[in-house]
Design a protein around this ligand. Structure first.
Ligand code: NAD
Length: 478
């Protein structure tokens, strides 16, 4: 029988309570499952002092030794997959099968970045005899990581992996609503022998924590995943101290279904992917622009598959979609549906809460949604799909680009000219064709426009965590 872990802060290599805490809720039952400690200012200052000391040790640790500890921690997490997955499902609500995959994905982030730790190559610039110009990549310093609640384990994993692989120390503030995922990661690193201070974990009032820590001198990078509004606020604060930011913000992913696409396969794959994590994914396919010739069959198949989606508690066998993770999403989603319907959209299925206990929202499809509806601009971050007909690829691309976001985008087609045009013209950090997978450990992930800047993953992923130092060396004094 798996139990939800006891929740603590982790500072300078030791777990700590604070005397103040708040409730963690299971979104499927609304029952209290744990109490998460709230950091005091003195705890944050301790974390800062510890991280500074940890950075001095870790930046001088050989990349291969850093990689060894990361791989050991990842192996421990793989061994503990079931416990971690059970915690994730309890605090977040997602089906166990998805939680298990999340744990593996989190491990893959550590494994990939551990390899990259050994490949942060510099460069020798050709020079005159007697001169050497050498470019070094050095860790930026102490990182403040801020991770959200939609992937309790793999989101913290991204930030911790990037920081540790680069030789940085990190203070992570994980999401207070889903704290156990990050706790398990920290426990694995503790058990793998990570030196004290290199990784610190805090929870508390998000605004207070970010305001107190961002302006502190040792903090050299703020790595945030969350909403564009909060990202903008944090970036403004960071600009006061010229602190670097890595911002992975909201998305409102378009899916362009071209006239040559296999309608059935595209519709089925889309309807399954849409409801993964109850739609609470920044890359979730959300705005479907379907060529008018295949619009009706696409909509029919999508709605039929939506109706078959098994909604329930994540711990129950066969469940495909759990509740949304917190009760803020229920009125937010309802508001978007009501607004769209009032403006003339066709509500094909869903549109409201399911049951009275637990934050369940029905898988929802809106069709023929007018441009003026809020959902055409606002990220629903829930199980809501918009499906609209278009007459040309130009129109579809214009619609795809008609939002402030540019994170993930998708296309269904096998025509080289269509693929080429979408690659060139769709404004997004990532575009995927005939697959709704947008992000892997080995591919760079991030946004354009209001979806943020910087990349996580790929060979680009450690760039944010490192600075470039050029060394000019004359063999004689000149
Ligand atoms: P929110 O913007 O208030 O919070 C998002 C995250 O930011 C939370 O984890 C929160 O703890 C943190 N946060 C909030 N204010 C902060 C501050 N001042 N300093 C530091 N951290 C802070 O919104 P929410 O209601 O929790 O989520 C709703 C929206 O957030 C969604 O509509 C979606 O756009 C966005 N979101 C995006 C992602 C993503 O993967 N990009 C993940 C979660 C949420």
């Amino acid at each position: 029988m798996n139990t939800y872990p006891e929740l603590n802060l982790y500072i300078d290599g030791a777990w700590r309570k604070t005397g103040e805490d708040f409730t963690v809720i299971n979104p499927a039952t609304e029952a209290e499952i744990g109490r998460c400690p709230r950091a005091r200012i003195s705890d944050l200052d301790d974390a800062l002092t510890a991280a500074e000391a940890g950075f001095c040790i870790w930046r001088r640790t050989a990349p291969r030794d850093r990689a060894d500890i990361m791989l050991k921690a990842a192996a421990l997490m793989r061994e503990r997959q079931e416990d971690i997955a059970q915690s994730i499902t309890a605090e977040h609500g997602k089906p166990l099968a998805q939680a298990r995959l999340e744990v593996i994905r989190g491990c893959e982030f550590f494994e990939w970045d551990a390899g990259e730790a050994m490949r942060t190559y510099g460069r020798v610039i050709p020079s005159a005899p007697g001169m050497r110009y050498v470019v070094h990549h050095q860790p930026v310093g102490v990182v403040l990581g801020l991770s959200p609640w939609n992937f309790p384990m793999s989101q913290p994993a991204r930030k911790i992996a990037g920081a540790l692989a680069s030789g940085c120390a990190i203070i992570l503030k994980a999401a207070e609503e889903t704290p156990a995922g990050a706790m398990h990661i920290v426990q694995a690193f503790h058990d793998a022998g990570l030196p004290p201070g290199v990784l610190n974990l805090v929870f508390g009032e998000p605004g207070q924590i970010s305001e107190h820590l961002i302006k502190q001198d040792p903090v050299r990078l703020v790595a945030f995943t969350g909403s564009t509004a909060v990202g903008r606020h944090l970036t403004t604060m960071a600009s006061e101290s010229m602190t670097r930011v890595l911002m992975e913000l909201g998305g409102h992913a378009p899916v362009i279904v071209c006239d040559d696409a296999d309608v059935e396969k595209a519709a089925l794959s889309s309807a399954i992917r849409k409801y993964r994590n109850a739609g609470q994914v920044c890359t979730s396919p959300t705005r479907f622009f379907v060529h008018e010739r295949i619009f009706q069959p696409f909509l029919d198949i999508f709605v039929k598959r939506t109706a078959a989606t098994v909604v329930g508690k994540g711990v129950d066998a066969g469940v495909e979609m759990g509740p949304v993770a917190n009760n803020r999403r229920l009125p937010a989603l309802l508001g978007l549906v009501e607004d769209a319907v009032a403006k003339g959209a066709n509500l094909c299925i869903g549109g409201g809460r399911v049951g009275k206990t637990g934050y369940f929202f029905a898988p929802t499809v809106l069709a023929n949604v007018p441009d003026g509806a809020r959902v055409m601009q606002e990220e629903p971050f829930g199980p809501l799909a918009v499906i609209n007909p278009v007459t040309t690829l130009d129109e579809a691309i214009a619609q795809a680009n008609a939002v402030p976001y540019g994170l993930a985008a998708y296309g269904f087609s096998n025509r080289a000219d269509y693929i080429d045009k979408m690659t060139d013209e769709v404004e997004a950090g990532n575009i995927s064709f005939n697959t709704l997978e947008a992000s892997l450990p080995e591919t760079p992930f991030g946004g354009v426009k209001s979806s943020g800047y910087g990349r996580e993953g790929g060979t680009e992923g450690l760039d944010n965590y490192m600075t470039v130092k050029n060394v000019s060396h004359s063999m004689d004094i000149v």
